[in-house]
Design a protein around this ligand. Structure first.
Ligand code: FAD
Length: 485
Protein backbone atom coordinates (compact mmCIF):
# COMPACT_ATOMS: atom_id res chain seq x y z
CA UNK A 1 0.00 0.00 0.00
CA UNK A 2 3.01 2.32 0.23
CA UNK A 3 3.10 2.56 -3.56
CA UNK A 4 0.32 5.19 -3.69
CA UNK A 5 0.44 7.19 -0.46
CA UNK A 6 -2.22 9.59 -1.76
CA UNK A 7 -4.88 6.86 -2.15
CA UNK A 8 -6.28 4.60 0.54
CA UNK A 9 -7.49 1.06 -0.02
CA UNK A 10 -11.27 1.16 0.24
CA UNK A 11 -12.23 -0.91 3.25
CA UNK A 12 -15.56 -1.88 1.65
CA UNK A 13 -13.64 -4.36 -0.52
CA UNK A 14 -13.13 -7.80 0.91
CA UNK A 15 -9.63 -9.26 1.35
CA UNK A 16 -9.44 -12.59 -0.49
CA UNK A 17 -10.03 -15.63 1.70
CA UNK A 18 -9.28 -19.31 1.12
CA UNK A 19 -13.02 -19.86 0.43
CA UNK A 20 -12.85 -17.34 -2.40
CA UNK A 21 -9.87 -19.13 -3.94
CA UNK A 22 -11.67 -22.45 -3.56
CA UNK A 23 -14.65 -21.01 -5.43
CA UNK A 24 -12.50 -19.75 -8.30
CA UNK A 25 -10.69 -23.10 -8.45
CA UNK A 26 -14.05 -24.85 -8.69
CA UNK A 27 -14.95 -23.07 -11.94
CA UNK A 28 -11.52 -22.57 -13.55
CA UNK A 29 -8.80 -24.94 -14.73
CA UNK A 30 -5.27 -24.68 -13.36
CA UNK A 31 -4.15 -22.78 -16.47
CA UNK A 32 -6.91 -20.21 -16.01
CA UNK A 33 -5.88 -19.23 -12.48
CA UNK A 34 -2.58 -17.77 -11.28
CA UNK A 35 -1.83 -17.42 -7.58
CA UNK A 36 0.69 -15.35 -5.64
CA UNK A 37 2.88 -18.45 -5.25
CA UNK A 38 3.47 -18.06 -9.00
CA UNK A 39 5.25 -14.71 -8.46
CA UNK A 40 7.05 -14.53 -11.81
CA UNK A 41 3.84 -14.72 -13.73
CA UNK A 42 1.96 -12.30 -11.52
CA UNK A 43 4.63 -9.64 -12.00
CA UNK A 44 3.63 -9.09 -15.63
CA UNK A 45 -0.04 -8.62 -14.75
CA UNK A 46 0.64 -6.33 -11.77
CA UNK A 47 2.90 -3.87 -13.56
CA UNK A 48 2.04 -1.58 -16.48
CA UNK A 49 3.92 -1.17 -19.79
CA UNK A 50 5.73 1.98 -18.64
CA UNK A 51 6.79 0.28 -15.38
CA UNK A 52 5.28 3.25 -13.64
CA UNK A 53 2.25 1.72 -11.93
CA UNK A 54 2.42 -1.42 -9.85
CA UNK A 55 -0.28 -3.21 -7.92
CA UNK A 56 -0.10 -6.07 -5.47
CA UNK A 57 -2.75 -8.47 -6.65
CA UNK A 58 -2.31 -12.07 -5.55
CA UNK A 59 -4.78 -13.53 -8.03
CA UNK A 60 -5.08 -13.47 -11.81
CA UNK A 61 -8.09 -15.12 -13.45
CA UNK A 62 -7.90 -15.96 -17.16
CA UNK A 63 -11.26 -17.50 -18.07
CA UNK A 64 -11.66 -19.23 -21.42
CA UNK A 65 -15.42 -18.75 -21.76
CA UNK A 66 -17.89 -15.89 -21.44
CA UNK A 67 -19.91 -17.96 -18.98
CA UNK A 68 -16.91 -18.13 -16.66
CA UNK A 69 -16.43 -14.34 -16.91
CA UNK A 70 -20.04 -14.03 -15.82
CA UNK A 71 -19.62 -16.45 -12.89
CA UNK A 72 -16.49 -14.62 -11.72
CA UNK A 73 -18.11 -11.19 -11.83
CA UNK A 74 -21.29 -12.34 -10.11
CA UNK A 75 -19.24 -13.90 -7.31
CA UNK A 76 -17.05 -10.80 -6.92
CA UNK A 77 -20.08 -8.52 -6.93
CA UNK A 78 -21.91 -10.60 -4.33
CA UNK A 79 -18.80 -10.68 -2.14
CA UNK A 80 -17.57 -7.10 -2.71
CA UNK A 81 -14.30 -8.21 -4.28
CA UNK A 82 -12.68 -5.52 -6.46
CA UNK A 83 -11.72 -6.49 -10.02
CA UNK A 84 -9.44 -5.01 -12.71
CA UNK A 85 -10.28 -6.09 -16.26
CA UNK A 86 -7.08 -6.46 -18.25
CA UNK A 87 -6.41 -6.86 -21.97
CA UNK A 88 -2.88 -6.79 -23.39
CA UNK A 89 -1.72 -4.47 -20.56
CA UNK A 90 -0.34 -1.87 -22.99
CA UNK A 91 -2.49 0.98 -21.67
CA UNK A 92 -0.58 4.15 -20.86
CA UNK A 93 -2.54 5.69 -17.98
CA UNK A 94 -2.23 3.02 -15.31
CA UNK A 95 -5.78 1.75 -15.90
CA UNK A 96 -4.99 -1.89 -16.59
CA UNK A 97 -3.20 -2.82 -13.38
CA UNK A 98 -4.48 -3.00 -9.81
CA UNK A 99 -3.86 -0.12 -7.41
CA UNK A 100 -3.96 -2.42 -4.36
CA UNK A 101 -4.99 -6.07 -4.22
CA UNK A 102 -7.81 -6.11 -6.79
CA UNK A 103 -8.31 -9.41 -8.61
CA UNK A 104 -7.00 -9.22 -12.17
CA UNK A 105 -9.46 -10.51 -14.75
CA UNK A 106 -7.38 -11.13 -17.86
CA UNK A 107 -9.04 -11.67 -21.24
CA UNK A 108 -5.93 -13.41 -22.62
CA UNK A 109 -7.59 -16.78 -23.16
CA UNK A 110 -10.81 -15.47 -24.64
CA UNK A 111 -9.16 -15.22 -28.02
CA UNK A 112 -11.14 -16.81 -30.82
CA UNK A 113 -12.35 -15.32 -34.11
CA UNK A 114 -16.09 -16.03 -34.07
CA UNK A 115 -17.27 -15.13 -37.55
CA UNK A 116 -16.35 -13.16 -40.65
CA UNK A 117 -18.61 -12.12 -43.51
CA UNK A 118 -16.52 -11.50 -46.64
CA UNK A 119 -19.36 -9.59 -48.34
CA UNK A 120 -20.05 -6.97 -45.66
CA UNK A 121 -16.56 -7.12 -44.09
CA UNK A 122 -18.05 -7.57 -40.62
CA UNK A 123 -15.78 -9.35 -38.15
CA UNK A 124 -17.00 -10.87 -34.90
CA UNK A 125 -14.37 -11.95 -32.40
CA UNK A 126 -13.62 -12.51 -28.74
CA UNK A 127 -12.31 -9.49 -26.83
CA UNK A 128 -8.95 -11.15 -26.11
CA UNK A 129 -7.87 -11.54 -29.74
CA UNK A 130 -4.57 -9.68 -30.19
CA UNK A 131 -5.00 -6.76 -32.60
CA UNK A 132 -2.25 -7.94 -34.95
CA UNK A 133 -3.76 -11.46 -35.10
CA UNK A 134 -7.14 -9.99 -36.00
CA UNK A 135 -5.49 -7.93 -38.74
CA UNK A 136 -3.58 -10.93 -40.11
CA UNK A 137 -6.79 -12.96 -40.20
CA UNK A 138 -8.48 -10.12 -42.10
CA UNK A 139 -5.53 -9.81 -44.50
CA UNK A 140 -6.16 -13.38 -45.63
CA UNK A 141 -9.66 -12.29 -46.66
CA UNK A 142 -8.59 -9.02 -48.31
CA UNK A 143 -9.68 -6.79 -45.41
CA UNK A 144 -7.91 -4.61 -42.84
CA UNK A 145 -8.59 -3.80 -39.18
CA UNK A 146 -9.72 -0.14 -39.18
CA UNK A 147 -7.21 0.77 -36.47
CA UNK A 148 -3.47 0.38 -36.15
CA UNK A 149 -1.10 1.31 -33.36
CA UNK A 150 2.42 0.66 -32.12
CA UNK A 151 1.22 -1.82 -29.47
CA UNK A 152 -0.63 -4.02 -32.00
CA UNK A 153 1.49 -7.10 -31.21
CA UNK A 154 0.18 -7.15 -27.61
CA UNK A 155 -3.01 -5.11 -27.23
CA UNK A 156 -6.40 -6.79 -27.52
CA UNK A 157 -9.36 -5.98 -29.71
CA UNK A 158 -11.40 -5.68 -26.48
CA UNK A 159 -8.69 -3.45 -24.98
CA UNK A 160 -8.71 -1.01 -27.88
CA UNK A 161 -12.51 -0.82 -27.67
CA UNK A 162 -12.41 -0.37 -23.88
CA UNK A 163 -10.02 2.57 -24.31
CA UNK A 164 -11.50 3.82 -27.59
CA UNK A 165 -7.96 3.82 -28.97
CA UNK A 166 -7.32 6.11 -31.91
CA UNK A 167 -4.00 5.20 -33.45
CA UNK A 168 -2.33 5.77 -36.76
CA UNK A 169 -5.21 5.49 -39.22
CA UNK A 170 -8.07 7.28 -37.48
CA UNK A 171 -7.62 9.97 -40.10
CA UNK A 172 -8.72 7.48 -42.74
CA UNK A 173 -11.09 5.06 -41.01
CA UNK A 174 -12.57 7.19 -38.24
CA UNK A 175 -13.16 6.42 -34.58
CA UNK A 176 -14.25 3.06 -33.14
CA UNK A 177 -17.49 4.82 -32.18
CA UNK A 178 -18.27 4.57 -35.89
CA UNK A 179 -16.85 1.17 -36.85
CA UNK A 180 -17.89 -0.96 -33.87
CA UNK A 181 -21.33 -2.37 -34.68
CA UNK A 182 -22.01 -4.40 -31.59
CA UNK A 183 -20.54 -5.67 -28.33
CA UNK A 184 -21.01 -8.51 -25.91
CA UNK A 185 -20.54 -7.25 -22.37
CA UNK A 186 -20.70 -8.88 -18.95
CA UNK A 187 -22.05 -6.52 -16.30
CA UNK A 188 -20.74 -6.53 -12.73
CA UNK A 189 -23.77 -8.54 -11.57
CA UNK A 190 -22.86 -11.30 -14.03
CA UNK A 191 -25.55 -10.51 -16.63
CA UNK A 192 -24.35 -11.21 -20.16
CA UNK A 193 -25.61 -8.50 -22.51
CA UNK A 194 -25.23 -9.78 -26.01
CA UNK A 195 -25.65 -7.19 -28.71
CA UNK A 196 -23.21 -8.55 -31.28
CA UNK A 197 -25.12 -6.83 -34.07
CA UNK A 198 -23.98 -6.82 -37.64
CA UNK A 199 -26.09 -3.89 -38.77
CA UNK A 200 -24.79 -0.58 -39.99
CA UNK A 201 -28.13 1.02 -39.38
CA UNK A 202 -30.20 0.40 -36.26
CA UNK A 203 -32.20 3.22 -34.73
CA UNK A 204 -34.07 1.25 -32.12
CA UNK A 205 -33.53 2.95 -28.81
CA UNK A 206 -30.35 4.19 -27.15
CA UNK A 207 -27.10 3.13 -28.79
CA UNK A 208 -25.91 1.34 -25.65
CA UNK A 209 -22.65 -0.03 -27.04
CA UNK A 210 -21.29 3.52 -27.23
CA UNK A 211 -21.25 3.68 -23.43
CA UNK A 212 -18.80 0.83 -23.23
CA UNK A 213 -16.49 2.16 -25.95
CA UNK A 214 -13.93 4.09 -23.93
CA UNK A 215 -15.33 3.05 -20.54
CA UNK A 216 -11.93 1.63 -19.48
CA UNK A 217 -13.34 -1.38 -17.67
CA UNK A 218 -15.42 0.63 -15.22
CA UNK A 219 -18.98 -0.47 -16.05
CA UNK A 220 -18.68 -3.87 -17.71
CA UNK A 221 -16.25 -6.38 -19.15
CA UNK A 222 -16.25 -6.53 -22.93
CA UNK A 223 -16.11 -10.17 -24.07
CA UNK A 224 -17.05 -9.92 -27.77
CA UNK A 225 -16.71 -7.31 -30.52
CA UNK A 226 -18.52 -6.96 -33.85
CA UNK A 227 -16.76 -4.52 -36.11
CA UNK A 228 -17.03 -3.27 -39.69
CA UNK A 229 -13.71 -3.66 -41.49
CA UNK A 230 -12.78 -1.95 -44.77
CA UNK A 231 -11.19 -3.65 -47.82
CA UNK A 232 -7.42 -3.88 -47.52
CA UNK A 233 -5.71 -1.40 -49.83
CA UNK A 234 -3.24 -3.13 -52.15
CA UNK A 235 -1.06 -0.13 -52.88
CA UNK A 236 0.83 1.63 -50.10
CA UNK A 237 3.26 4.55 -50.18
CA UNK A 238 5.05 6.30 -47.41
CA UNK A 239 7.07 9.48 -47.55
CA UNK A 240 9.13 11.14 -44.82
CA UNK A 241 9.54 14.90 -45.05
CA UNK A 242 11.65 17.52 -43.29
CA UNK A 243 10.17 20.91 -42.43
CA UNK A 244 11.44 24.13 -40.90
CA UNK A 245 8.59 25.08 -38.57
CA UNK A 246 5.22 24.03 -37.20
CA UNK A 247 3.33 26.42 -39.46
CA UNK A 248 4.75 24.46 -42.42
CA UNK A 249 3.48 21.22 -40.83
CA UNK A 250 -0.03 22.70 -40.80
CA UNK A 251 0.23 24.00 -44.35
CA UNK A 252 1.44 20.64 -45.64
CA UNK A 253 -1.43 18.93 -43.80
CA UNK A 254 -4.04 21.13 -45.46
CA UNK A 255 -2.45 20.47 -48.83
CA UNK A 256 -2.21 16.72 -48.23
CA UNK A 257 -5.92 16.54 -47.39
CA UNK A 258 -6.75 18.37 -50.59
CA UNK A 259 -4.27 16.86 -53.04
CA UNK A 260 -4.02 13.29 -51.74
CA UNK A 261 -7.69 13.26 -50.72
CA UNK A 262 -9.12 9.72 -50.59
CA UNK A 263 -5.75 7.94 -50.61
CA UNK A 264 -4.32 9.78 -47.58
CA UNK A 265 -4.21 7.24 -44.74
CA UNK A 266 -1.80 8.68 -42.15
CA UNK A 267 -0.28 12.06 -41.39
CA UNK A 268 2.08 11.93 -38.44
CA UNK A 269 4.43 14.61 -37.17
CA UNK A 270 7.59 14.39 -35.08
CA UNK A 271 9.85 17.08 -33.66
CA UNK A 272 13.63 17.02 -33.82
CA UNK A 273 13.95 16.07 -30.12
CA UNK A 274 11.88 12.92 -30.65
CA UNK A 275 14.06 11.93 -33.58
CA UNK A 276 17.19 12.70 -31.56
CA UNK A 277 16.17 10.19 -28.90
CA UNK A 278 15.16 7.64 -31.52
CA UNK A 279 18.49 8.05 -33.39
CA UNK A 280 20.30 7.29 -30.12
CA UNK A 281 18.05 4.31 -29.42
CA UNK A 282 18.42 2.84 -32.93
CA UNK A 283 22.13 3.58 -33.11
CA UNK A 284 22.87 1.07 -35.89
CA UNK A 285 20.22 2.31 -38.31
CA UNK A 286 20.57 5.40 -40.48
CA UNK A 287 17.96 8.12 -40.15
CA UNK A 288 16.30 9.13 -43.44
CA UNK A 289 18.14 12.48 -43.17
CA UNK A 290 21.73 13.01 -42.11
CA UNK A 291 21.05 16.60 -41.22
CA UNK A 292 18.71 17.52 -38.36
CA UNK A 293 15.54 19.49 -39.01
CA UNK A 294 13.08 21.07 -36.56
CA UNK A 295 10.09 18.99 -37.74
CA UNK A 296 9.35 15.84 -39.69
CA UNK A 297 6.16 14.52 -41.20
CA UNK A 298 5.33 10.98 -42.24
CA UNK A 299 2.63 10.70 -44.87
CA UNK A 300 1.10 7.39 -45.87
CA UNK A 301 -1.17 6.83 -48.83
CA UNK A 302 -3.09 3.65 -49.50
CA UNK A 303 -5.43 2.82 -52.31
CA UNK A 304 -6.37 0.33 -54.96
CA UNK A 305 -4.22 1.47 -57.87
CA UNK A 306 -0.48 1.96 -57.39
CA UNK A 307 0.07 4.03 -60.53
CA UNK A 308 -2.72 6.40 -59.59
CA UNK A 309 -1.45 6.80 -56.01
CA UNK A 310 2.18 7.22 -57.14
CA UNK A 311 1.18 9.96 -59.57
CA UNK A 312 -0.82 11.78 -56.90
CA UNK A 313 1.96 11.57 -54.32
CA UNK A 314 4.60 12.65 -56.82
CA UNK A 315 2.60 15.72 -57.87
CA UNK A 316 1.94 16.58 -54.23
CA UNK A 317 5.62 16.29 -53.27
CA UNK A 318 6.74 18.38 -56.22
CA UNK A 319 4.37 21.13 -55.29
CA UNK A 320 5.20 21.25 -51.53
CA UNK A 321 8.92 21.39 -52.34
CA UNK A 322 8.36 24.06 -54.99
CA UNK A 323 6.33 26.15 -52.56
CA UNK A 324 9.16 25.86 -50.01
CA UNK A 325 6.96 24.12 -47.42
CA UNK A 326 9.21 21.08 -47.31
CA UNK A 327 13.01 21.26 -47.30
CA UNK A 328 13.82 17.60 -47.91
CA UNK A 329 11.92 14.36 -48.51
CA UNK A 330 12.24 10.65 -49.22
CA UNK A 331 9.76 8.10 -50.51
CA UNK A 332 9.99 4.39 -49.66
CA UNK A 333 10.89 2.34 -52.72
CA UNK A 334 10.02 -1.10 -51.38
CA UNK A 335 8.45 -2.95 -48.47
CA UNK A 336 11.64 -2.82 -46.35
CA UNK A 337 12.03 0.92 -46.78
CA UNK A 338 8.33 1.32 -46.05
CA UNK A 339 8.78 -0.44 -42.70
CA UNK A 340 12.05 1.39 -41.97
CA UNK A 341 10.46 4.80 -42.45
CA UNK A 342 7.50 3.88 -40.24
CA UNK A 343 9.81 2.77 -37.43
CA UNK A 344 11.11 6.35 -36.99
CA UNK A 345 7.60 7.17 -35.88
CA UNK A 346 6.56 3.93 -34.21
CA UNK A 347 9.66 3.52 -32.05
CA UNK A 348 9.51 6.97 -30.47
CA UNK A 349 7.57 5.75 -27.37
CA UNK A 350 10.14 3.02 -26.71
CA UNK A 351 13.05 5.44 -27.30
CA UNK A 352 11.56 8.08 -24.99
CA UNK A 353 11.29 5.47 -22.26
CA UNK A 354 14.72 3.90 -22.78
CA UNK A 355 16.79 6.17 -20.53
CA UNK A 356 14.90 5.52 -17.33
CA UNK A 357 11.30 6.60 -17.67
CA UNK A 358 8.80 8.80 -19.42
CA UNK A 359 5.90 11.01 -18.39
CA UNK A 360 3.31 10.71 -21.11
CA UNK A 361 0.60 13.23 -21.98
CA UNK A 362 -1.73 12.36 -24.81
CA UNK A 363 -3.77 15.43 -25.51
CA UNK A 364 -5.98 17.23 -28.02
CA UNK A 365 -5.49 20.90 -28.82
CA UNK A 366 -6.65 23.17 -31.61
CA UNK A 367 -4.13 22.51 -34.39
CA UNK A 368 -2.63 26.00 -34.34
CA UNK A 369 -1.72 25.59 -30.64
CA UNK A 370 -0.66 21.95 -30.83
CA UNK A 371 3.10 22.41 -30.55
CA UNK A 372 3.05 25.34 -28.13
CA UNK A 373 2.62 22.91 -25.24
CA UNK A 374 5.98 21.21 -25.96
CA UNK A 375 7.69 24.59 -26.03
CA UNK A 376 5.98 25.68 -22.81
CA UNK A 377 6.91 22.42 -21.05
CA UNK A 378 10.60 22.66 -22.02
CA UNK A 379 10.69 26.30 -21.00
CA UNK A 380 9.22 25.52 -17.60
CA UNK A 381 11.55 22.57 -16.96
CA UNK A 382 14.54 24.71 -17.92
CA UNK A 383 13.44 27.59 -15.70
CA UNK A 384 13.11 25.20 -12.78
CA UNK A 385 16.66 23.99 -13.48
CA UNK A 386 15.70 20.34 -13.83
CA UNK A 387 16.30 19.83 -17.58
CA UNK A 388 19.72 19.05 -19.02
CA UNK A 389 22.72 16.73 -18.72
CA UNK A 390 23.30 14.36 -15.79
CA UNK A 391 22.53 14.87 -12.88
CA UNK A 392 19.42 16.82 -14.01
CA UNK A 393 16.42 14.45 -13.88
CA UNK A 394 14.79 15.51 -17.16
CA UNK A 395 16.33 14.77 -20.56
CA UNK A 396 13.77 16.60 -22.73
CA UNK A 397 10.12 17.13 -23.45
CA UNK A 398 9.43 15.85 -26.95
CA UNK A 399 6.40 16.17 -29.23
CA UNK A 400 4.99 13.90 -31.91
CA UNK A 401 1.65 12.44 -32.83
CA UNK A 402 -1.41 12.21 -34.97
CA UNK A 403 -1.41 15.79 -36.15
CA UNK A 404 -4.17 14.98 -38.60
CA UNK A 405 -6.46 14.42 -35.61
CA UNK A 406 -5.25 17.41 -33.58
CA UNK A 407 -3.62 14.92 -31.21
CA UNK A 408 -0.22 15.57 -29.63
CA UNK A 409 1.85 13.09 -27.66
CA UNK A 410 3.92 15.13 -25.25
CA UNK A 411 6.51 12.82 -23.71
CA UNK A 412 8.88 13.97 -21.02
CA UNK A 413 11.88 11.66 -21.08
CA UNK A 414 13.50 11.35 -17.65
CA UNK A 415 16.41 9.52 -16.07
CA UNK A 416 14.14 8.37 -13.26
CA UNK A 417 10.62 8.98 -12.00
CA UNK A 418 10.47 11.57 -9.21
CA UNK A 419 7.95 13.64 -7.30
CA UNK A 420 9.90 16.79 -8.23
CA UNK A 421 9.39 16.25 -11.96
CA UNK A 422 5.78 15.20 -11.54
CA UNK A 423 5.00 18.34 -9.56
CA UNK A 424 6.73 20.49 -12.20
CA UNK A 425 4.48 18.95 -14.88
CA UNK A 426 1.14 18.61 -13.13
CA UNK A 427 -1.17 20.45 -12.95
CA UNK A 428 0.83 22.87 -15.17
CA UNK A 429 0.17 20.83 -18.31
CA UNK A 430 -3.51 20.33 -17.58
CA UNK A 431 -3.98 24.04 -16.87
CA UNK A 432 -2.27 24.90 -20.14
CA UNK A 433 -4.55 22.51 -22.07
CA UNK A 434 -7.66 23.81 -20.34
CA UNK A 435 -6.71 27.43 -21.15
CA UNK A 436 -6.57 26.47 -24.85
CA UNK A 437 -9.85 24.51 -24.69
CA UNK A 438 -8.19 21.18 -25.40
CA UNK A 439 -8.65 17.71 -23.94
CA UNK A 440 -6.34 16.22 -21.29
CA UNK A 441 -6.83 12.82 -22.89
CA UNK A 442 -7.13 12.48 -26.64
CA UNK A 443 -6.95 8.69 -26.81
CA UNK A 444 -5.24 6.96 -23.89
CA UNK A 445 -8.09 7.57 -21.45
CA UNK A 446 -8.11 8.63 -17.80
CA UNK A 447 -7.12 5.47 -15.95
CA UNK A 448 -5.35 6.13 -12.68
CA UNK A 449 -3.05 8.87 -13.95
CA UNK A 450 -5.64 11.41 -15.03
CA UNK A 451 -8.57 10.60 -12.81
CA UNK A 452 -8.17 13.72 -10.66
CA UNK A 453 -7.87 16.00 -13.66
CA UNK A 454 -11.08 15.20 -15.58
CA UNK A 455 -12.44 18.59 -14.44
CA UNK A 456 -9.95 20.34 -16.72
CA UNK A 457 -11.88 18.99 -19.73
CA UNK A 458 -15.37 17.98 -18.58
CA UNK A 459 -17.93 20.24 -16.86
CA UNK A 460 -19.48 19.48 -13.45
CA UNK A 461 -22.85 18.36 -14.95
CA UNK A 462 -20.99 16.04 -17.34
CA UNK A 463 -18.98 14.52 -14.48
CA UNK A 464 -22.17 14.03 -12.50
CA UNK A 465 -23.77 12.12 -15.41
CA UNK A 466 -20.67 9.90 -15.71
CA UNK A 467 -20.83 9.16 -11.98
CA UNK A 468 -24.58 8.41 -12.21
CA UNK A 469 -23.94 5.91 -15.01
CA UNK A 470 -21.09 4.26 -13.14
CA UNK A 471 -23.30 3.91 -10.08
CA UNK A 472 -26.18 2.51 -12.13
CA UNK A 473 -24.12 -0.21 -13.83
CA UNK A 474 -21.77 -0.95 -10.95
CA UNK A 475 -23.59 -0.08 -7.71
CA UNK A 476 -20.99 -1.86 -5.55
CA UNK A 477 -18.15 -0.14 -7.37
CA UNK A 478 -16.21 -3.39 -7.85
CA UNK A 479 -15.01 -2.68 -11.42
CA UNK A 480 -11.67 -0.92 -11.74
CA UNK A 481 -11.93 1.14 -8.53
CA UNK A 482 -9.71 4.20 -7.84
CA UNK A 483 -9.69 5.01 -11.59
CA UNK A 484 -11.58 7.09 -14.20
CA UNK A 485 -13.70 9.41 -12.00
P1 FAD B 1 -5.09 -2.80 -21.37
O1 FAD B 1 -3.90 -1.94 -21.31
O2 FAD B 1 -4.98 -4.15 -20.79
O3 FAD B 1 -6.31 -2.05 -20.65
C1 FAD B 1 -6.58 -0.70 -20.90
C2 FAD B 1 -7.88 -0.31 -20.16
O4 FAD B 1 -8.99 -1.00 -20.72
C3 FAD B 1 -7.88 -0.68 -18.69
O5 FAD B 1 -8.62 0.30 -17.99
C4 FAD B 1 -8.59 -2.00 -18.63
O6 FAD B 1 -9.26 -2.20 -17.40
C5 FAD B 1 -9.59 -1.88 -19.77
N1 FAD B 1 -9.87 -3.13 -20.49
C6 FAD B 1 -9.01 -3.88 -21.24
N2 FAD B 1 -9.66 -4.90 -21.80
C7 FAD B 1 -10.96 -4.81 -21.41
C8 FAD B 1 -12.14 -5.57 -21.67
N3 FAD B 1 -12.12 -6.64 -22.46
N4 FAD B 1 -13.31 -5.18 -21.10
C9 FAD B 1 -13.35 -4.08 -20.31
N5 FAD B 1 -12.27 -3.33 -20.02
C10 FAD B 1 -11.09 -3.68 -20.58
N6 FAD B 1 -3.30 4.15 -27.81
C11 FAD B 1 -3.92 4.87 -28.75
O7 FAD B 1 -5.09 5.20 -28.60
N7 FAD B 1 -3.27 5.25 -29.91
C12 FAD B 1 -1.99 4.92 -30.16
O8 FAD B 1 -1.44 5.27 -31.19
C13 FAD B 1 -1.31 4.14 -29.17
N8 FAD B 1 -0.03 3.75 -29.38
C14 FAD B 1 0.59 3.01 -28.43
C15 FAD B 1 1.91 2.60 -28.66
C16 FAD B 1 2.58 1.84 -27.70
C17 FAD B 1 3.99 1.40 -27.97
C18 FAD B 1 1.93 1.48 -26.49
C19 FAD B 1 2.60 0.65 -25.45
C20 FAD B 1 0.63 1.88 -26.26
C21 FAD B 1 -0.05 2.64 -27.21
N9 FAD B 1 -1.37 3.06 -27.01
C22 FAD B 1 -2.01 3.78 -27.98
C23 FAD B 1 -2.06 2.74 -25.75
C24 FAD B 1 -2.66 1.33 -25.70
O9 FAD B 1 -2.06 0.46 -26.57
C25 FAD B 1 -4.11 1.37 -26.01
O10 FAD B 1 -4.74 2.09 -24.99
C26 FAD B 1 -4.76 -0.01 -26.12
O11 FAD B 1 -6.03 0.20 -26.61
C27 FAD B 1 -4.84 -0.81 -24.84
O12 FAD B 1 -5.26 -2.14 -25.14
P2 FAD B 1 -4.91 -3.35 -24.17
O13 FAD B 1 -5.58 -4.57 -24.68
O14 FAD B 1 -3.46 -3.44 -23.94
O15 FAD B 1 -5.66 -2.89 -22.85
Amino acid sequence: TETYPSVKRDSKFKHLSSEDITFFQSILSQQELLLASDQDNLEFYNEDWMRKYKGQSSLVLRPKTVKKVSQILKYCNDNHIAVVPQGGNTGLVGGSVPVFDEVILSLNYLNQIRDFDPVSGILKCDAGVILENADQFLAEHGYIFPLDLGAKGSCHVGGVVATNAGGLRLLRYGSLHGSVLGLEVVLPNGAIVSSMHALRKDNTGYDLKQLFIGSEGTIGVITGVSILTPPRPNAFNVSFLALENFQAVQNVFVKAKKDLAEVLSAFEFMDSYSQDLTRKHLENINHPFEEEHPFYVLIETSGSNKEHDDAKLEAFLESVIEEGLVVDGVVAQDETEFRNLWQWRELIPESAQANGGVYKYDISLPLKDLYSLVEAANQRLEQLGILGDVPKPVIRAIGYGHVGDGNLHLNVAVREYSKQVEEALEPFIYEFISSKKGSISAEHGLGFQKKNYIGFTKTEPEIRLIKDLKHHYDPNGILNPYKYV
